[in-house]
Ligand binder design. Structure first.
Ligand code: GRG
Length: 301
């Protein structure tokens, strides 16, 4: 059974993990020279955010019998990649947004050049960080690096973003919607869960099931995101609401309408339950993974 939750209870439940992520990100971004570059990087990373991807990665690793220490470097690497993608997504040549996480976007607070460079630096930094993981063999770390490289590039994030741009204002189709969401959201969620299993040294079938759970959770996350863009107040969202429609974006409501989008959301939530039952049967402790389903489904920002 999937239980109900809120942002407050998420923070409370994952407080030690959230604190460990924040402390590690803060340490990694200890200011250097030139100061403006480091300030821009810190602004883009330490300015709030739910940290759902690193929390998911650490949760998947611990649920699979690994430790927070084994998961933390890759979890922070994943958040660095996510933050770089948000900084670049907000640029005038992309989504052209002024607000992110309730604050001015990095190019607004600093400059467009510094926002581009901050994103570049964060993305490159991420891969080195994984190599500093304690108590995980080099071959498993190579596996994680290989999977992150794919998920963040042309088999995932960058692909999804490019597809989103070229598909804007074209007739919204289910195929384009799936491709874009799998790239922009699914790939990093899938990676988070697979990496948790790899770092905990789980067999391939469990890693694959964790990946399916992650990808499906990413889909649920994205349907909720598309619905929130229509419904939620910009102040609650922390970014400009209603932009998808204004920019002719391919979203779940644009393809299916609101009612059908909600039906797909319910169907995918049932699929998550089935996947979690299969993970239970492989001795994965799914309690926190189930909790994250409720959080993603019920979030308001
Ligand atoms: C620039 C390569 C490149 C990619 C950009 C992240 C992204 C791809 C676009 C942002 C727009 C969008 C709707 C992306 C889908 C993923 C998503 C909902 C991102 C926001 O993630 P949250 O809600 O953000 O986890 P926080 O602020 O909580 O970290």
């Amino acid at each position: 059974m999937i239980t109900s939750t809120t942002r407050e209870s998420y923070t409370l439940r994952f407080q030690p993990v959230l604190d460990a992520i924040q402390a590690e990100l803060d340490r990694l971004l200890t200011p250097g020279h030139p100061a403006i570059l480091w300030q821009a990087m810190r602004h883009g990373v330490l300015n709030g955010g739910k940290r759902i991807r690193p929390v998911l990665l650490i949760t998947a690793c611990v649920a699979s019998g690994g430790t927070i220490g084994q998961a933390l470097p890759t979890a922070c690497a994943l958040e660095l990649i996510h933050c770089y993608s948000l900084i670049h997504d907000d640029l005038p040549s992309m989504d052209n947004d002024d607000m992110r996480r309730g604050q001015p976007t990095v190019h607004k607070a600093y400059s467009e050049a510094m926002a581009i460079l901050a994103g570049d630096a964060l993305a490159a930094m991420a891969f080195g960080l994984i190599t500093e993981t304690p108590n995980v063999s080099a071959d498993r770390l190579l596996h994680v690096v290989r999977e992150l490289s794919r998920a963040a590039s042309v088999e995932g994030l960058v692909n999804g973003q490019a597809d989103d741009i070229v598909s804007a204002n074209l007739p919204p189709t289910a195929e384009a919607l799936n491709r874009i969401h799998q790239g922009k959201t699914g790939a990093l969620f899938r990676f988070a869960c697979r990496a948790g299993g790899i770092l905990a040294d789980r067999p391939q079938d469990t890693i694959d099931l964790l990946g399916q759970y992650g990808e499906t959770l990413g889909l649920v996350f994205q349907i909720v995101d598309d619905l929130l863009d229509i419904r939620a107040d910009s102040t609650i969202l922390g970014k400009t609401g209603g932009k998808d429609q204004a920019q002719g974006k391919i979203t779940f409501p644009a393809v299916y309408g609101i009612e059908q989008s909600e039906a797909i959301l319910a169907e995918q939530t049932r699929r998550l339950d089935t996947l979690l039952n299969q993970l239970d049967a492989r001795s994965v402790d799914t309690d926190a993974l189930r909790y994250l389903v409720s959080f993603v489904q019920e979030r308001q920002s």
